[in-house]
Design a protein. Structure first.
Lengths: 302, 214
């Protein structure tokens, strides 16, 4: 594969495969509940429909209302491109790209929150407050998890870091990262993506006043972020990078699918937590990642 | 001695410590204590070099006592007293969880600087014991309800039991059996006392038990 073609190919992978993930999760939820459920490709149809619609704009909103979702989408896709894909490595690996990944995700969250406050609705301001206050706790866990990976690899390059440790540390890291995945992508124990109850919404509040192409960018960005976290989780636990290309692709697929099924099952079997219990679960995720960091740091003895 | 299996069990017990600190219901707290008791009961098997009927007997008695009899007694006391299932903590869940995690990390760091015997240097026995004792103290200090405090006391006792395992070849297991019997009787008595407190004061909140009455 020539270097010229690599970037478009990767971009196509992330952009085209990502909307499949929410479709699969909805399929699993429908299967557990005994419903027929929406088609797997539903999000593609939604995105195509939203793209053709016009934007309804609040008279209070500045151009930031349109710019916010665009910045968020670009930041998430850039973060996805930074993530190495198995033996193909990273497209632009440099020391410290793990930190850039964390900050790109933070930038995406900032831009979404900014755009949510543009219409001047107090309700969306409430959603922003909830989202950001949970994100503060979730970010600590991501940083602890990345530190654990970097401590055992002795490097801050993502492609070197994603060489998993073995044993208990890996299990702790997987549990912690999965919880963070649920929190960051607004899935069930933290937030309900299907909720229509105003008082319990978090992420859904923020996108309530968006319409047309900006909403499509938000929805697509959310699906890319979900795929990004699943791939990160799989590569943090499975030694994908050392395998031959086709085997690595199969391993990646075999790893992402259980994650997706796990999200679907969690959403089907758990109720969302009360707000005051959420910090406790996020603290637990942080501690799981912290203990994984300690095990990576002190070696196998402790 | 099966060190990795032993460390896995002690790591499990440490995880259950944190679970006990973070659990918001009395029943899940009792379940955490019972699982911890069972994990601890299995440890003499991994520590002893050859099969001995006496060790097997005490290990099985510990597993049955701590994993089944004591939780059963606590569950009965909980139902008899009709207490609320939610725990109302004096030290919040997140602070107590962070305290417990800090204590666990400090225990591991402390154990590295202690002059242990070579056969115990690679195991987590000492940090596990210290962490469990700290967890027990946090639960005893930070919870209001008598039943949660009993669970804290049981975790404290589990920590002492872990210390005792260091000397398993030196002390007669009769001592362990005696302690187990004492704990079971203690929990049995506490189950009755909990019922009495509930009847006399209409609550299990131990903060209200500060005034002596005729």
């Amino acid at each position: 594969m020539s270097h010229l073609w690599e970037l478009p190919l990767r971009l196509a992978f992330w952009l085209l495969v990502a909307p499949l993930v929410p479709g699969l999760i909805n399929r699993i939820k429908a299967w557990v509940a005994g419903r027929r459920g929406p088609p797997v490709l539903q999000l593609y149809y939604d995105l195509a429909r939203l793209w053709r619609k016009q934007v309804v704009k609040s008279p209070l909103a500045s151009p930031g209302f349109i710019l916010g979702p665009a910045v968020a989408w670009v930041a998430v896709v850039a973060a996805a491109l930074l993530l190495p894909l198995g033996p193909a490595g990273s497209i632009a690996g440099f020391p410290g790209d793990a930190l850039v990944l964390v900050y790109l995700l933070a930038l995406a969250r900032f831009a979404t929150a900014w755009a949510a406050m543009e219409p001047g609705s107090a309700f969306e301001g409430m959603g922003v407050v909830r989202e950001v206050s949970f994100a503060v706790l979730a970010e600590g866990s991501i940083i602890a998890a990345l530190l654990a990976l970097s401590a055992q690899a002795g490097s801050l390059r993502l492609d070197a870091m994603l060489a998993p440790m073995v044993g208990t540390g890996s299990a702790l890291l997987a549990a912690g990262l999965f919880t963070v995945l649920l929190a960051e992508n607004c899935r069930v124990p933290f937030d309900d993506p299907n909720t229509h109850l105003e008082l319990t919404m978090i992420h859904e509040v923020m996108v309530l006043d968006h319409s047309g192409p900006p909403l499509a960018a938000i929805l697509h960005g959310a699906s890319v972020k979900l795929l990004l976290f699943s791939v990160l989780l799989v590569q943090a636990v499975l030694p994908v990078a050392g395998l031959p290309p086709w085997l690595a692709g199969a391993a990646l697929l075999a790893g992402v699918l259980p994650v997706v099924v796990g999200i679907g099952l969690v959403e089907s079997l758990l109720a969302r937590l009360a707000f005051r219990r959420v910090p406790l679960l996020l603290t637990t995720a942080f501690l799981l990642c912290l203990f994984a960091l300690l095990m990576a740091w002190k070696g196998g003895t402790a | 001695m099966n060190t990795s299996g032993l460390n896995l069990l002690i790591g499990l017990a440490m995880g259950l410590n944190l679970l006990a600190l973070g659990s918001g219901r009395v029943s899940s707290l009792i379940r955490a204590v019972s699982f911890q008791g069972m994990a601890l009961g299995a440890m003499p098997f991994l520590l002893s070099h050859e099969f001995s009927p006496w060790v097997t007997l005490v290990a099985i008695a510990t597993m049955v006592g701590k994993g089944w009899v004591i939780p059963l007694l606590l569950g009965r006391a909980m139902r008899a007293a009709h207490i609320e299932r939610e725990i109302d903590p004096l030290i919040g869940f997140v602070p107590s969880l962070l305290l417990g995690a800090g204590g666990t990390i400090a225990a591991i760091a402390l154990a590295r600087s202690l002059p242990l015997r070579p056969e115990h240097a690679g195991t987590l026995l000492v940090p596990g014991a210290v962490a469990s004792i700290l967890t027990g103290f946090i639960l005893l200090i930070g919870r209001n309800k008598a039943l949660s405090q009993v669970c804290g006391y049981l975790i404290l006792e589990n920590g002492i039991y872990l210390f005792g395992l260091l000397l398993i070849h030196a002390t007669p297991l009769l001592v362990e059996a005696g302690i187990l019997l004492d704990v079971t009787v203690g929990v049995f008595v506490i189950g009755i006392i909990v019922d009495r407190i509930q009847r006399a004061f209409d609550t299990l909140d131990t903060r209200k038990l500060t005034v002596l009455r005729e």
